[in-house]
Each structure stands twice: as structure tokens, then as C-alpha cells.
Design a protein around this ligand. Structure first.
Ligand code: NAX
Length: 350
């Protein structure tokens, strides 16, 4: 294991005494030398994902390619140069067994981007194979409390593939990231209502992390009041708001020439933090989880729901009222996930 070589800062006695009594946990991150990795690793190492008192050892997984491994080495050098008090070790590797050995969390970010002329089915097939191998390696090597958050797209179906190729790992340990969509939606509503973003709560993204996702504004609250009571412009809510959230990824690519990276890394940190800390009373958050059939969704799909956590286990919030508009949107995103599942049927062991 590579050692991080930070020198003792003046206040390290107090940092150690008060914040570092917990043993380090191991976190695997695939695609560690990529765009999202470049933001994510530094946020995790500074405590943004697991908390300011949780030391971490980062297992950084990249493809066995000279350029990717050289870039990863550079990232490790920069992590060393940050002298993060919480960072207790780095394991840069292209070997999946080493990469997932003893890890408590796996953040699966690395995936092949969709290229011009590539059909969705082709992308699902190429990335699907990555996730069968990673699911297997996780089952073989990870710690017994492993939890897996898939960020690499199409993240719901990649998570489904990993979960179904990780024998022995409970399906409810697999997640797909929709927090970026939740954050985007909260900001759109806050700006429209001219309130601080912290005033927006109970925002659930339902379904797939794709253009069919449904940001449920009916049950979202602004300062405790339902959004339609605060924002009376119904056409904006039903059309512009939903379309803006659904198309935000494409808008970022158009503006930046690159896909969202820092905001995606932030959302990954938010997701881990929310799953590992109690949800504030009355609120919920969004993440794709293994469907148990709640709200009539096909069992086994990785579907984004309103979720609450007690810091250890999560639950799908029950009894959220859904009107016909919401039901139709949720049916559309479920249909897309079923279709994706059927396209990768050969990667799902019976
Ligand atoms: P980059 O292309 O910058 O980086 C991907 C990295 O993954 C590369 O360094 C590549 O070498 C590595 N990689 C590829 N296959 C790998 C494998 N089998 N094992 C280990 N590493 C592998 O992409 P980046 O911008 O970082 O995006 C990564 C993924 O996140 C993409 O699939 C992207 O579509 C997805 N996103 C998901 C989001 C979400 O909300 N769920 C939002 C942001 C982002 O679009």
C-alpha cells in the first residue's frame, strides 16, 4: 500500500485526539483518473462523504492502460501533496481483486462514454460487461458490510448488472446515483421561488437517471409548504421545470464542452453522506435502490425512490401520495428501465 507522506501539522495532536479514534474504512473508486474522480477523491479525503471524523484508505481503480495509470499516479501525487489528515493510505491499481480487497464501499464511476453512432443497446452491452466483472470481484473480495454506489452511466442498469453478478452480496447494498438530479431540481425550484436552496425539502427523483426521470414537485416542500402552493405557475412546473432537470446534463455539455464532473462528485459525496447518517425528521432524499415492489414498481429494478436512512439501514418512504400526472411519469421511467433490463438480459444470471 502506498503511504501518504504528510508531515505533522501544528494542531495534529488535537485532530488525532478528537477526530480520529475511528479505524479507517476502505473505499474503492473506479475511474479514479477521470473527470469525476479528479473532484471526488479530494472531497472524500477531506471528509465530505463519510464525515469529518472518519479516516479513509482509498483504493483507486483504473483500466490497465499506460496513460490512465500514469494519470492515476499523478492524482496520487496530488493527494499526497494535500496532506489530508483523514487519508490513511492509497492503493492505486488496475487489478480488480486488489482494488476491491476488503473495501467497505465501492463507488463505481468508471464507464465508457457513449460515442457518436453508438446505439443505447451498444453502450449497455459494453458497459454491462464492465459491471459483471466488477460485481464478481466485489463479491469475491469486499468486506462483509460492502455498499456499492454506481455513478457510471447508464447507472441504474449498471447497478442492476453488478448486483446480479455479485453472489452472496444482498441486493439492497447496491445503489444508483440520482442525487445530482435532486440537487439540480432543488436549485431550480429555489431560484423560481426566490428562496434559499435549504428551504427546499422532500424532493424525490423517481426512476431512471436519464431523460425520463421524474422530479416530483407535488410532494416537494418549500419552507414546509407544498411547491404548487408556493409556485402557482403550474405550466412552468409541469413543463419547463421537469424538462430543465431532465436535460441539465446535456446543457452542461453544451456550455462546458465536457460533462458534469464537480457537481457529479458533489452528488456522490451527498449520497454516501445521506446513506451513512440519519435523515433529518420528516425529510427524504433520492437514490436508486433495489425495488421491493413499492409503489407497484417491478421488483428487482434499481429504481430511484424517496429514501430515508437511520445512518446504517435505509427504507423506501411509503405512502407518498401520487396523482395521475405523477403516476404517468413514473410509469414512463419504469418502462424505460424494463426495456434497459431486457437489453442486458444475457448479463443477468438466471
Ligand atoms: P471520464 O471519461 O473523464 O473518466 C472515466 C474514467 O473511467 C477514465 O479515466 C477511464 O479510464 C476509467 N474507466 C473506464 N472503464 C473503466 C473500468 N472498467 N474500470 C476502471 N476505470 C475505468 O468520465 P467522467 O466524466 O469521470 O464520468 C464517469 C461516468 O459518470 C460516465 O459514465 C458518466 O456518464 C457518468 N455520470 C453519471 C452521472 C450521474 O448522475 N449518475 C452524472 C455525471 C456523469 O455523466
Amino acid at each position: 500500500m502506498r503511504n501518504t507522506c504528510f508531515k505533522t501539522p501544528i494542531n495534529s495532536y488535537w485532530v488525532t485526539k478528537y477526530f480520529m479514534s475511528k479505524p479507517p474504512i476502505r473505499i474503492a473508486i473506479t475511474g479514479a483518473a477521470g473527470q469525476i474522480g479528479y473532484s471526488l477523491l479530494f472531497r472524500i479525503a477531506s471528509g465530505a462523504a463519510f464525515g469529518p471524523d472518519q479516516p479513509v484508505i482509498l483504493h483507486l481503480i483504473e483500466i490497465p492502460d499506460e496513460k490512465a495509470m500514469a494519470a492515476l499516479n499523478g492524482v496520487c501525487m496530488e493527494l499526497d501533496d494535500c496532506a489530508f489528515p483523514l487519508l490513511k493510505g492509497l492503493v492505486p491499481t488496475s487489478n480488480l481483486d486488489e482494488g476491491f480487497k476488503g473495501v467497505n464501499w465501492a463507488l463505481l464511476v468508471g464507464a465508457v462514454p457513449r460515442k457518436a453512432g453508438m446505439e443505447r443497446k451498444d453502450l449497455l452491452g459494453i458497459n454491462g460487461k464492465i459491471f459483471t466483472g466488477q460485481g464478481n470481484a466485489i463479491a469475491k473480495n469486499a468486506a462483509s458490510d460492502i455498499r456499492v454506489l454506481v455513478v457510471g452511466n447508464p447507472c441504474n442498469t449498471n447497478s442492476l448488472i453488478a448486483a446480479n453478478n455479485a453472489p452472496g452480496v444482498p441486493k439492497n447494498r447496491f445503489f444508483a446515483m440520482t442525487a445530482l438530479d435532486e440537487n439540480r431540481a432543488k436549485t431550480q425550484l429555489a431560484q423560481k421561488a426566490s428562496v434559499d436552496v435549504t428551504a427546499v425539502t422532500n424532493l424525490a427523483i423517481w426512476g431512471n437517471h436519464s431523460a425520463t426521470m421524474y422530479p416530483d414537485f407535488f410532494n416537494t416542500k418549500i419552507n414546509g409548504r407544498p411547491v404548487p402552493e408556493v409556485i402557482s405557475h403550474r405550466e412552468w412546473l409541469e413543463k419547463d421545470f421537469i424538462a430543465t432537470v431532465q436535460q441539465r446534463g446535456a446543457a452542461i455539455i453544451k456550455a462546458r464542452g465536457l460533462s458534469s464532473a464537480a457537481s457529479a462528485a458533489n452528488a456522490a459525496c451527498n449520497t454516501v453522506y445521506k446513506l451513512t447518517h440519519p435523515t433529518p425528521a420528516g425529510d427524504w432524499f433520492s437514490v436508486g435502490v433495489h425495488s421491493d415492489g413499492s409503489y407497484g414498481i417491478e421488483k428487482g429494478l434499481i429504481f430511484s425512490y424517496p429514501i430515508r436512512s437511520n445512518g446504517k439501514d435505509f427504507e423506501i418512504v411509503q405512502g407518498v401520495p401520487l396523482n395521475d400526472f405523477s403516476k404517468a411519469k413514473i410509469a414512463a421511467t419504469e418502462a424505460e428501465l424494463k426495456e434497459e433490463k431486457s437489453l442486458v438480459g444475457d448479463l443477468l444470471p438466471k
